[in-house]
Design a protein around this ligand. Structure first.
Ligand SMILES: *Cc1c(COP(=O)(O)O)cnc(C)c1O
Length: 390
């Protein structure tokens, strides 16, 4: 069957998460691979969804999303960031952030156009850019001591007049970096200079630690008119299975996204959309507690991995830490992750699939800490009783 696969998918490997979650299921290992929480989000939001299911909200929602969710997203952007949006034409609801990204690329990019993208990238970026027949131009995040930072020299060298779109993720999966003021200013500078549209994946906007704040690129001078901001209920409210996301920005950029989106799903999750509106308006405290809890879990996992000689970074945001397995003698992260369920009963994710630059990602393993504390403790216990050397 492989020879029947369309050429546009030849360079897109199957998602590593399917492979590694299947490995976890087969071996009964603790899954610190795929980034989903093991506890559901707020009960009030589930009740709102049940009420919508029982209340006759079960037919197609409008293509751009139900009005109450578009209005709640606009209120959220105003309350959190001072961004003013007209819910009528500056907010579109999507089937998760994933569809928002796909619709943005398909709606704004022609075959052969250059798309600059932060690397390592979320794996759907690669697939989406390939399906759009665009040319991917990675811009690396580099490890500097205990953290990863955007390589701003590489950014300046990569983004130019041929760049149609710059796809940025902050807080950044998998490195955990939250773009700082210098990095944000560099992005705005190159985007304005070369008249580039910037698409920012902000799904971890609220999951930032140590008193940090996420600052949307759309709030920088010259950026509101060229920036699409993408987020989702999955990460903020622990409903990753709902796949309700949204994209916001100037009407001139949101319209092309909607043009593509209407032919992808048209619409989705009608009864869940009002529930997510309820979450955005009423569950701010949940999100704050979630972030505080994740910060403690980050510390638990990073301290534990550090004691095992795995050299983790301490992420500024997201669900993940990266660690370097070359310190234990492994030739690459893939062989480490393949051996790990047998050695320790734990699954983690090799980051090579998230890089064009194979050397940059060769030794990096991603570990998720969005799990119950007892699960993290058990995983660390098993890891510390295992031989983790190559
Ligand atoms: C989880 C994730 C997504 C996908 O979000 P959905 O709302 O589930 O589609 C997109 N981008 C990043 C960086 C993610 O980690």
């Amino acid at each position: 069957m492989a020879d029947r696969l369309a050429r546009r998918l030849h360079r897109v490997p199957p998602t590593i998460f399917t492979t590694m979650s299947a490995l976890a299921a087969r071996t009964g290992a603790i899954n610190l691979g795929q980034g989903f929480p093991d506890q559901d989000g707020p009960p009030s939001v589930i009740e709102a969804a049940v009420a919508a299911l029982r209340g006759g909200r079960n037919q197609y929602a409008p293509g751009p999303g139900v009005p109450e969710l578009r209005e709640a997203v606009a209120r959220h952007q105003r309350r959190c960031y001072g961004i003013d949006l007209d819910p009528a034409d500056q907010v579109v609801v999507t089937a998760g952030a994933t569809e928002a990204i796909a619709a943005a690329v398909l709606g704004l990019v022609d075959p052969g156009d250059e798309v600059a993208v932060t690397e390592p990238y979320y794996d759907s970026y690669l697939a989406t850019i390939e399906m759009a027949a665009a040319v991917r131009r990675p811009v690396g995040m580099r490890r500097v001591g205990e953290e990863f930072r955007l390589d701003v020299d590489a950014l300046r060298a990569t983004v130019g007049d041929r760049t149609k779109l710059l796809l940025v993720n902050t807080p950044h999966n998998p490195t955990g970096a939250v773009l700082d003021a210098t990095e944000r200013a560099a992005i705005a500078e190159v985007a304005v200079r070369h008249d580039v549209v910037v698409v920012v994946d902000e799904v971890y906007e609220h999951l930032v630690y140590d008193g940090r704040r996420h600052v949307p690129l759309a709030t920088l001078p010259g950026m509101a008119e060229r920036t699409l901001s993408i987020s989702s209920a999955g990460k903020s409210f622990s409903f990753t299975g709902w796949k309700v996301g949204w994209v916001t920005g100037p009407a001139e950029l949101v319209a092309p996204v909607l043009s593509a989106k209407q032919w992808l799903t048209f619409t989705n999750a009608a009864p869940l959309q009002p529930a997510v509106a309820h979450a955005l308006d009423h569950e701010t405290a949940y999100v704050e507690e979630l972030a505080a809890g994740l910060q403690s879990k980050r510390d638990l996992l990073c301290d534990g991995l550090g004691k095992l000689g795995l050299d983790p970074v301490r992420p500024e945001g997201t669900y993940f830490t990266l660690s370097n397995v070359s310190t234990l003698g492994w030739p690459d992260a893939m062989s480490f992750c393949e051996a790990l369920p047998g050695r320790a009963g734990v699954v983690a994710i090799p980051t090579q699939p998230f890089y064009d630059d194979a050397d940059a990602g060769r030794h990096l393993v991603r570990w998720a800490f969005c799990k119950e504390t007892s699960v993290l403790e058990r995983a660390l216990d098993q890891l510390s009783n295992a031989d983790l050397t190559a």
